[in-house]
Design a protein around this ligand. Structure first.
Ligand SMILES: Cc1cc2nc3c(=O)[nH]c(=O)nc-3n(C[C@H](O)[C@H](O)[C@H](O)COP(=O)(O)OP(=O)(O)OC[C@H]3O[C@@H](n4cnc5c(N)ncnc54)[C@H](O)[C@@H]3O)c2cc1C
Length: 412
């Protein structure tokens, strides 16, 4: 049997939020791009049922989209496709330690419109995939699961289960934490479980949240309440006690979450049954190899306490698209020089986010005597230093007041 071969310049494997955004960011370039996604229904590509229907149905998986990611999505016309009534800005953030420490941020004090925006995963996937439709130069292979990857000197050949081959000069792994591309390319990665799960649920609340996100660093994990439109919130509780929480009745569960959050929003009523995801940190030794680049969770998985996983991935997609867009006509998209440029551009952000999220998760998970005092002292100290707070906020909102723009990081 002769296999059909699709020849292209770039193949993106994985059409989750990050892979889909990268394929879109490469529109209107000289490159022919193929996007191979394993799942037939792309709305569920994040692994969570997308129930983002109208009314009181809200996705369990939501994202705090940073201003940098928002402007990336706006530049591609994706943000404009979202239903504004289902997007909630975060105007302020309150962080509380487990021994009375406080840290407060506000968009107003930082002179910006919002610290972040809460968006449903399913809605964002639909907006991205809607924008991908009928893009010239883009071939969508979906569902398409790879069986083998063979990287030669001049091309990467991807063998699909359905009998087709894709031959490309650059293969991009955007296929999540268990990346087939990363493994097939022999890029080593270490996965460290946190011994915690992220318990997610949505609630209606008795008091208005006033667009404030709250986070409690407790000795039984990190609890975050994120504002949804109306009097609703989405919760992410990173905890070692997920099983016990999920075993509670709805009323018991609401009472537990209410009291863990110091009754800050009055009575809570469950809108969606809770679900739990095991939390791991994943670090890969490289994010490139010969004719291969990794983006998103395929390259790194961070603790969700800072809500930055997908933002880090969008940063990868944007940086790689800038490098590839900048390449001269007729250049080889898999050239080592270009890939090194991408890797260098991302090194600082990835390391900083891994260091910060991992450090905080371990510091607040520690039962070592004295750790409680040190972590609460640290939070209070940051709160009293407006300069340090501004540095933290401006890092998170790099697109609005760029310390260094993505272009500068890439060396343009
Ligand atoms: C509890 C929890 C809460 C979180 N909250 C936040 C938050 O508030 N903000 C935030 O920024 N991040 C958050 N994250 C992290 C965020 O979910 C991930 O960082 C993000 O989804 C990664 O996107 P991705 O596209 O790289 O990977 P994925 O979402 O894993 O997508 C990978 C895609 O590749 C496809 N695929 C997989 N294997 C193959 C294959 N072999 N061939 C073809 N296709 C394949 C999959 O079907 C999928 O579509 C959270 C994570 C957890 C666990």
């Amino acid at each position: 049997m002769t296999r059909m071969t699709i020849k292209t310049d770039i193949v993106v494997v994985g059409g989750g939020l990050v892979g889909a955004s990268l394929a879109l960011a490469l529109r209107d370039t000289c490159w022919k791009v193929a996007l191979a996604e394993a799942r037939a229904d792309t709305r569920t590509a994040t692994g969570v049922p997308a129930n983002g229907a109208a009314g009181d149905e809200w996705d369990l998986r939501i994202y705090a989209i940073s201003p940098a990611s928002k402007s990336f999505l706006e530049g591609m016309g994706v943000w404009q496709r979202l239903d504004a009534r289902r997007v909630a800005p975060i105007h302020a953030m309150r962080v509380r330690g487990d021994a009375g420490a406080r840290l407060d941020f506000s968009a107003h004090d930082s002179g910006v419109e919002a610290l972040a925006w809460i968006v449903e995963s399913g809605a964002l996937m639909q907006a991205l995939w809607g924008a991908l439709e009928r893009q010239p130069g883009l071939e969508i292979l979906c569902p398409a699961a790879p069986q083998a990857l063979d990287v030669g000197s001049d091309a990467a050949r991807l063998r699909l289960v359905d009998g087709r081959d894709v031959e490309a000069r650059l293969a991009i792994g955007a296929d999540g934490a268990r990346s087939f591309v990363r493994n097939a390319a022999g890029i080593a990665a270490t996965e460290t479980p946190y011994g915690q799960s992220g318990v997610v649920a949505n609630f209606a609340c008795g008091r208005p949240h006033r667009s404030v996100a709250s986070q409690w660093f407790r000795d039984d994990g990190v609890l975050a309440w994120l504002p949804l439109p109306g009097d609703r919130i989405s919760m992410v509780w990173s905890t070692p006690d997920a099983e016990a929480l999920l075993a509670l009745s709805d009323d018991e569960f609401c009472a537990r979450v209410q009291s863990a959050g110091e009754h800050a929003l009055g009575e809570l009523r469950l809108l969606t049954r809770p679900a739990a995801f095991p939390l791991v940190a994943l670090k890969s030794t490289r994010i490139i190899s010969h004719r291969i680049a990794l983006v998103g969770d395929a390259a790194h998985v961070v603790h969700p306490l800072a809500g930055q996983g997908v933002n880090l991935g969008f940063g990868d997609a944007q940086a790689l698209s800038i490098v590839l867009r900048d390449a001269l006509d007729g250049a080889d998209p898999g050239a080592h020089l270009l890939l090194r440029r991408y890797e260098r551009a991302r090194a600082e952000d990835i390391l900083a986010m891994q260091w910060a999220t991992d450090g905080l998760a371990r510091l607040f998970g520690s039962r070592v005597p004295g750790a409680k005092r040190i972590r609460n002292w640290g939070l209070n100290l940051v709160n009293r230093l407006p300069m340090v707070k501004n540095v933290l906020v401006s890092h998170a909102i790099a697109a609005q007041r760029p310390a260094r723009s993505p272009q500068e990081r890439i060396g343009r």
